[in-house]
Design a protein around this ligand. Structure first.
Ligand code: K7E
Ligand code: CUA
Length: 665
């Protein structure tokens, strides 16, 4: 243990808070000097009422969600459920989101990718992959809601090398991690090397709506595709994926797949693939997808040897340099895209794999930069430097990108290294995968925190560390936060990019055919023959209309609930007691709740979001009438439910929310 002593300069309470406090000393690190603590505190402090500069959209891994934190404060701000139901926002309980989720209850989000125009974030959509169930989702950045889930993608098992968005968001490119027999066929594992195949897929994105559809696939040898990157600038028509297990091995991969000194980077011309699919030449339809065999369609795919068992591949802001790091060697290799193109033009191939030409490492390589142990992923600052996460070394290396002087010493290219705690996986810089990185912040997403937080039992949170990269030389550690399981990649996006984010759904834009905007339009009808009750429910501060719904035991009940508010922050929920249902409706939104009233009784429903002083009063009753008992509220047990006898207050006085000029007020 060490003591952090207090400097002479008292920089307000901030600095005092850090003074004279016993800090646990992490193995291998020195405590921060007092001056550094003060500077870091000021740099990351966002005072109450002030806003962060950046959104950090970080993957939630097997939680199936995307989390949003602010940078530089690193405060958790918001959760976007994507592949997993989330009662907090009612996601996965209404019919609309249930339909998107299908029968799945989880996903494994690794790589968010923001939409781009001319290679820069345009604030429209965020695409995220599901490594577990072979899907890809689109989040609309206008409302930060999941709007589409596409998949499972055929011929794909483990959608890991995803989601890479092209420079103008024409495609999200994805690659399968595991190889399996094509077309959902069966072949014993003994036939892995020949009968199993991988696939790289082009997911088409509609430029107006963001709607994704399956474009085409390229069949590949049974390597494991790991992670990809799209080109930019000169490499705009190309994409790159790392592979492991180019041995085509089975069994214990830790030994069987690490035999060769080099694995491959797939060099894919996605525009050529799109043209080939459109022309239909050499295409086989497998599981309804046009599948391109690269052996029969030259120019679509090449293989470039790179360091053993690589993980990440990244393209620098200029689009000329492709960086690939082998996990089992302490270097990052810089390839030149121009040299790759030159080698392709000269047909300088050393052989082929299943008909795909293999390029020569030396032809394309610019330099092997000795960054350190276990290099995984690389990001950029737009000022000529790259930042590589070192998993084994638990550090970030900052190193110089080309151009290099002739005979430059590779060791001298590494200009700084900063320890992180511990075992960093991905890292992200502000706009780090665009054409114009911001060059101010870097977040290291560490896989382990090993007791740096207060105790949480054996399930210890991941730690994410904020690093200042504005300096010409040294990186500066600024802040440490604990993140939800489990961040892989992230997008760090300036808040001005999301300036079109809305605060409520305008009534004029409502397209839900069951939306209603007046309490008098609320109605419930029953079809006795079909044993179905369908109704529109009106929700506003602070009542539901109707406040009483009568159905018969065994009826299927469909309720379309509109939150008619047109004011910021006025969210209403519809929780149905014991029914395992909570639908949350944002202002101006309509959602559908469907259930079967299995058991007679009286079940309250209530608003789950604290919306006003009389939030607690926002409730009603579902009467489930036993079979054989007439339904008093309907004529002959069918038709339209009569309006409740008692009149309803139009609106409640709204105590604490003075700024809410709500509808009906
Ligand atoms: Cu976690 Cu990108 Cu799936 Cu590396 S991946 S850490
Ligand atoms: Cu509506 Cu609480």
């Amino acid at each position: 243990m060490s003591r952090v002593s207090c400097g002479a300069v008292a920089l307000s309470l901030l600095a005092l808070g850090a003074c004279d406090r016993v800090k646990p000393e992490a193995p291998g690190t020195k405590p921060m000097a007092t001056g550094d603590v003060q500077a870091a505190a000021l740099a990351s402090y966002v005072k109450p009422g002030d806003q962060d500069q950046y959104y950090l959209f970080y993957s939630g891994g097997h939680s199936g969600q995307v989390f949003v934190a602010g940078v530089p404060s690193m405060r958790h701000i918001f959760t976007i459920p994507v592949f997993t139901p989330y009662p907090g926002t009612g996601y996965g309980y209404d019919e609309e989101s249930k339909a998107m989720l299908g029968d799945f209850t989880w996903g494994d989000v690794h790589h968010p990718a923001a939409s781009k125009t001319a290679g820069d974030y345009d604030g429209r959509w965020l695409f995220v992959n599901d490594n577990a169930n072979n899907r890809i989702a689109r989040i609309d950045l206008r409302d930060l809601k999941t709007r589409q889930i596409l998949g499972p993608i055929p011929n794909t098992m483990g959608n890991h090398g995803s989601s890479m968005v092209t420079e103008n968001t024409e495609y999200a490119l994805v690659a399968t991690r595991f190889s399996v027999p094509m077309g959902q066929a069966y072949a014993p594992i003994e036939e892995y090397a020949t009968k199993y195949k991988g696939a790289v897929s082009g997911i088409r994105i509609d430029s107006a709506t963001g709607t994704m559809s399956l474009g085409w696939q390229i069949m590949t040898p049974p390597f494991n595709w790991d992670l990809g990157a799209t080109g930019k600038g000169p490499s705009v028509n190309w994409a790159f994926w790392t592979s492991y297990n180019t041995e085509r091995a089975t069994g214990k991969l830790e030994t069987t797949s690490t035999q060769k000194d080099r694995d491959y980077v797939a060099v894919v011309n996605w525009t050529a693939a799109a043209s080939a699919a459109a022309a239909g030449t050499g295409i086989a339809m497998v599981s309804g997808v046009p599948v391109i065999d690269p052996a029969k369609t030259p120019g679509v795919m090449y293989l470039l040897p790179c360091g053993k068992s690589p993980h990440g591949v990244d393209v620098d802001p200029s689009g000329e340099y492709v960086i690939c790091s082998g996990k089992l060697q302490p270097t990052s290799t810089v390839f030149s895209f121009a040299k790759i193109q030159d080698a392709i033009a000269r047909k300088s191939f050393t052989g082929s794999e299943d008909g795909i030409p293999v390029l020569k490492y030396e032809d394309a390589m610019v330099m092997e930069v000795p960054v350190g142990l276990g290099p995984l992923h690389t990001q950029f600052d737009g000022k000529g430097y790259a930042y590589t996460s070192l998993f084994v070394e638990s550090a970030i290396a900052k190193w110089k990108l080309p151009p290099y002087a002739a005979g430059a010493d590779p060791k001298a290219m590494v200009v700084d290294k900063i320890p992180v705690q511990f075992n960093v996986g991905h890292l992200v810089t502000a706009h780090g995968d665009t054409r114009h990185p911001k060059g101010d912040w870097l977040v290291a997403m560490n896989k382990m925190s090993k007791g740096r937080s207060i105790k949480t039992g054996p399930s210890i949170p991941e730690s994410s560390q904020l690093i200042d990269i504005t300096g010409e030389g040294k990186m500066k550690m600024v802040y440490e936060a604990y993140t939800e399981p489990e961040p892989h990649f992230a997008q760090l996006i300036h808040k001005d990019v999301l300036k079109n984010t809305i605060e409520f759904y305008p009534k004029a834009e409502s397209h839900h055919k069951h939306a209603i905007w007046a309490a008098s339009d609320a109605k419930v009808t029953r079809n006795a023959a079909r044993r179905t009750v369908e109704g529109t429910v009106f929700a506003i501060r602070t009542y539901f209309e109707p406040g009483r719904i009568q159905v018969q035991e065994g009826d299927t009940v469909i309720l379309h609930i509109t939150n008619a508010e047109q004011a910021r922050d006025e969210i209403h929920g519809f929780g149905l007691v014991t029914f395992d249902k909570n639908v949350v409706i944002d202002p101006g939104e309509t959602k559908t709740l469907k259930f079967v009233a299995r058991k007679s009784g009286v079940y309250p429903y209530y608003c789950t979001n604290f919306c006003s002083a009389l939030h607690q009063e926002m409730q009603g009753y579902l009467e489930v009438v036993p079979r054989g008992t007439p339904l008093a509220l309907y004529q002959n047990g069918t038709g339209l439910m009569r309006a409740p006898a008692e009149g309803r207050r139009a609106m409640q006085a709204d105590g604490p929310h003075a700024d809410h000029a709500g509808a009906g007020k």
